[in-house]
Design a protein around this ligand. Structure first.
Ligand SMILES: Cc1cc2nc3c(=O)[nH]c(=O)nc-3n(C[C@H](O)[C@H](O)[C@H](O)COP(=O)(O)OP(=O)(O)OC[C@H]3O[C@@H](n4cnc5c(N)ncnc54)[C@H](O)[C@@H]3O)c2cc1C
Ligand code: SF4
Length: 333
């Protein structure tokens, strides 16, 4: 597998980087952004089409650092590596689940380069697309490769939404969603902030709301978190390297004025992360609340055969992982 040729740029300041993106867009020149490059570089090798310029973000100090504002928020720079996230004392103290989840991603070598921002923006996966060029040449190009067909769901036609059912695989997203994280995005027009839950899109090609000329700068997690915290469990064949075939995060929180709020978020089984919360007061009992949460979130996802586990098995594992981790949280509460 060979890298296609590209122009390399590594701006030193955020403003410089944003001006460069605007200039490239204005001239109609293509570019890709690279943080740790652990998702992007293998993709460039397996899809050897010219990308124009590769803009490395690694020098941008504004995207670095973990800042704890006591009583208010934990702010994570988009360039914080997963290795640093998993070992940082402030993260382990305030949100141990973030640190533990980061430590379950890929391998130590990859976590030393891979970043939290890159994790939220990681490309969706499909067994027909994420292959070597030779493998893909065995069949006609699918929509995501610029063609006019989908091998996973052959009845899909151009104009359908979603056009591509490649699955969302970020491990950190479900945890950050249950913690009500917001993200900050910079462009030459200024900075905008939006809840993470509004960021991802239901299509495996367009994937999220990051626009051209925009850079994800920080992820903010409000304090205090849910009272009994968040737990994440990942279903995979090997205990390292593997992406989640199914990732389940659960949360248990107190509602202002009394009562318990049960939350769950899934990754790996749909085109975007899916999150749901149920209040005990609205359901009557703890058991009914958890049953309702499981029924609702299971209805919202569509697992496809995408590797080791058949879709039926994945469907059966959703309640297993939600109940198992909810019980652990209830014991702690
Ligand atoms: C063998 C292997 C195993 C893996 N296992 C897992 C796994 O178990 N779980 C998992 O979640 N992921 C896994 N990954 C995917 C990937 O390593 C991680 O998701 C990682 O966090 C991506 O971060 P990065 O900094 O390397 O992203 P990059 O590769 O640099 O970028 C990823 C995407 O995000 C964009 N981007 C990155 N940062 C910014 C920014 N600040 N602003 C705008 N755009 C940006 C890039 O343009 C690119 O499109 C694995 C990868 C490999 C190679
Ligand atoms: S789901 Fe997406 S990536 Fe997979 S074959 Fe269909 S269009 Fe291609």
């Amino acid at each position: 597998m060979r890298m296609p040729p590209f122009r390399f740029e590594r701006p030193a300041e955020l403003r410089q980087a944003l001006d460069l993106l605007r200039e490239l867009d204005g001239a109609g020149n293509g570019y890709v952004l690279s943080a740790g490059g652990t998702d992007l570089v293998p993709m460039m090798k397996s899809q050897p089409v010219s990308v124009g310029s590769l803009i490395s973000l690694t020098k941008l100090k504004a995207l670095g650092g973990i800042r704890l504002d006591p009583g208010k928020s934990l702010s994570l720079g988009a360039l914080v590596t997963l290795g640093d996230l998993s070992s940082d004392a402030a993260v382990r103290e305030t949100f141990p689940c973030i640190a533990e989840t980061a430590g379950k991603i890929a391998t130590p070598q990859i976590r030393n380069r891979a970043t939290v921002g890159g994790n939220l923006l990681v490309d969706n996966r499909c067994i027909y697309f994420n292959q070597s060029e030779q493998n893909r040449l065995a069949h006609t190009p699918c929509f995501k490769a610029g063609g006019e067909t989908c091998h996973l769901v052959p009845k899909t036609a151009r104009g359908d939404d979603p056009l591509c059912r490649a699955r969302f695989v970020s491990d950190l997203a479900p945890v950050l969603l249950l913690l009500h994280a917001t993200i900050r995005i910079a462009s030459t027009a200024g900075e905008r902030s939006l809840p993470l839950r509004d960021f991802h899109l239901p299509d495996g090609i367009s994937r999220n709301r990051l626009g051209r000329g925009e850079i994800l700068t920080r992820i903010d997690v409000p304090l205090p978190g849910p009272s009994a915290g968040v737990l994440y469990e990942k279903l995979r064949i090997r205990n390292a390297i593997d992406f989640p075939s199914l990732g389940v995060a659960v949360s248990l929180g107190r509602i202002p004025g009394g009562g318990t709020r049960f939350g769950a978020a899934l990754t790996g089984v749909h085109t975007r992360p899916v999150v749901m919360q149920v209040d005990e007061a609205a359901r009557g009992s703890r058991e009914e609340s958890v049953d309702s949460l499981i029924a609702g979130i299971s209805r919202a996802v569509t697992p496809f055969r995408q590797g080791f586990f058949p879709p039926d098995y994945l469907r059966k594992m959703i309640p297993v992982l939600i109940r198992r981790n909810m019980e652990k949280l209830l014991r702690k509460a």
